[in-house]
Design a protein around this ligand. Sequence first.
Ligand SMILES: [Zn+2]
Length: 367
Amino acid sequence: MGTKGSSMPSTPDIYDPFDSLRRKNFSDDEYENCFRYFDFQKQGFWTREDFCRFLNALFSNEKRKPYPILSEQIDQYFHETDFNQDKIIDFNEFLQAWKKPIKCAVRPVSALVIVDVQNDFISGSLALHSCPANHEGEEVVPIINQVIRNVNFDVIAYTYDWHPSNHISFYENRHLRKISSKSRVSAAAARVHDKVIFAGSSNLTDTIEQILWPAHCVQNTPGADLHRDLIRIQNAVHVYKGTNPELDSYSAFWDNMKLSKTSLDDQLKERFVTDVYVVGLATDVCVASTATHAVENNYRTVLIEDACRGVSEHAIEVKRIELNQIGCIFVHSDVVPAMVTGEDRRPEIARAIFVENLKTIGRHRPR
Ligand SMILES: [Zn+2]
């Protein structure tokens, strides 16, 4: 992890009204200065126009160009911030509704989660270049390395698909478990990439839907190693998933049945992480699942698109739409440094934290 501040993009000529909050402590005095700045008529409260200027300044890029926000969204934010419905925003309403969302936006605590950049997905038994999209998994390595070098992440996590040899996801193991009568495909007829339904082989669940993959990432084999050129950071978080022979785990947070959690969420929460950047393999499988659960665990979540490769172009598009709908954005690695320093502030990833905060303070009023 780089030295905080060493690669801070410099935009000295452009005034950011959140700059002193970004650089100093988050005292109520600093918030009061911020409130006064947008109170154009110095009336001691904000009109809808003042509020609009505030949103445009908060959600803007490092050149202070505002991101577009729909008029209905501004209305909704205004309605939600105006607790007593008097059509103006006072300092207390602003502070309660926006203290936490502003802090997350201007000084996020960011984690890079590097998903499954392992040999088997690059050159081994489940190499992406043999999958429908014909992607080259290896291409993510220099891009992820550049992101590690150029961006001051607070936390870096490496995840590993880490299966025992009798794992349920392996095509080679399809005869080891009873197939449910609900399965459209029998063990004998099944082919690689087919979805089968196993009868619950333990007391965990009734049935388990499983896509059959070639045996891959077997614990302590070279195929499960990270690509040799991927930069290893000291003091990183390491997360092993798919370790239960009866459960597959695409996400680095939960297994596919959501029966057991990995240590990732606890390790990120211990480090006060607010923002999760996901990269790695494969976009439409483990990367997308990890991003989905990052959103569900209340992280502002960003997928760095050029640092991912996937299995199927169609599935990647489906996942992109699903993830965008829940507030996860796809970005190019070029924009990540300014996002991590809190200078480039995206509205899409801010909404969930705002609502979550309203719920916490008992001010959430769904329309
Ligand atoms: Zn696997």
